[in-house]
Design a binder for this molecule. Structure first.
Ligand code: ZN
Ligand code: ZN
Length: 334
């Protein structure tokens, strides 16, 4: 089978690998679509993954074969699956928090990923899709579940003024979910005009270019000088995390779910006197993944504005080399 690896920093290769055989509790999934994630692009430039590891973790497909003890699963089932593979034994997993598993495996990072013609996935981490589901859209279950997890952490409500930093995939799925759940306003901060445009198509109350406009005055206008009630930080820069923490109203919650590699300096004086809560969110649980997949399959949310590219496998190297601002989610069709 064909499988995509990052053979060295900046180099993508399509290798011919043997077809894996599902072991106990495992299924072999024939991939239909796999999305290119920001984390794949980061691995591509930094080259931190083993050179023979198949990348990819945002997938949909059809079960090809099943190993022993995969009750309820059969060849031909339409599926997507959680890339976070919990050990099922630790206290986090027993608590339903696979995203905090102490012995976590992840497709495309620790285990062979889904940017391949076939991938092995434990049956416990799969979600079955109805036969009329769009497998193209279902490949976005993974990023949607990340947004859902972040929103579940803070429990937003309809009276909240909400601010999102960054209109990449995760910022835009959070925007889509907030439009579905309801909020007083949702403002998106994003320097790239093409990305702001997509946020407007999805229905952002306002988009702000932080390179041109003063965030303070825009936010004061929108909130009667009170500040934002909930802020999602999805940009991942020290400055955006600092800015996110400074735009909260009294009692606001800041959810940091971006991956920022540098340390961030924060002045806690105004955070303490306004009792601003800073919380973090990482990954998603199996329950949230299933909810996200069901939301897409049932048409509760429409993520089609996020799909900015649909390519065949032979075009994948080009997609990694040219991932400029306006490109949100590129799906590889197998
Ligand atoms: Zn991803
Ligand atoms: Zn565990």
């Amino acid at each position: 089978m064909k499988a995509v690896v990052i053979s060295s920093p900046g180099n993508l290769e399509i290798l011919e690998k043997p077809l894996p055989v599902p072991g106990r509790g495992e299924t072999l999934v024939k991939i239909k679509y796999c999305g290119i994630c920001g984390s794949d692009l980061h691995a591509f430039t930094s080259g931190f993954l083993p050179p023979d590891l198949t990348i990819g973790h945002e997938f949909s497909g059809i079960i090809e074969s099943v190993g022993r003890d995969c009750h309820g699963w059969k060849p031909g089932d339409y599926v997507t699956g959680n890339n976070i593979i919990g050990c099922n034994k630790c206290s986090s997993c027993k608590n339903g928090q696979e995203n905090l598993c102490s012995d976590m495996r992840r497709l495309g990072i620790t285990d062979q990923g889904a940017m391949a013609e076939y991938v092995l996935v434990p049956a416990k981490d799969l979600v079955k899709l109805p036969k009329d589901a769009s497998l193209e859209m279902a490949a976005l279950s993974e990023p949607l579940s990340v947004g859902l997890h972040a929103i579940n952490k803070v429990k937003t409500n309809r009276n909240d003024h909400i601010l999102i930093f960054g209109a990449g995939t995760i910022g835009l799925v959070i925007l889509t979910l907030l439009k579905h759940f309801g909020a007083k306003s949702v403002t998106v901060v994003e320097p790239d005009p093409a990305r702001r445009n997509i946020a407007e198509v999805i229905g952002a109350t306002k988009t702000i270019d932080p390179l041109i406009n003063s965030l303070d005055s825009e936010i004061n206008k929108l909130t009667d000088n009170k500040g934002m009630n909930v802020i999602f930080e999805c940009a991942g820069l020290p400055e955006t995390i600092q800015e996110a923490c400074s735009q909260g109203s009294a009692g606001a919650t800041v959810v940091v779910l971006s991956i920022c590699y540098q340390p961030v300096e924060l002045n806690f004086l105004s955070l303490v006197t306004k009792e601003v809560k800073i919380i973090t969110a990482f990954g998603k649980t199996n329950e949230e993944f299933k909810k996200a997949a069901d939301m897409i399959a049932s048409g509760l949310v429409d993520l089609s504005p996020l799909i900015t590219g649909l390519i065949s496998l032979d075009k994948i190297a080009g997609a990694f080399h040219d991932h400029s601002g306006g490109k949100i989610k590129t799906l590889v069709a197998f």
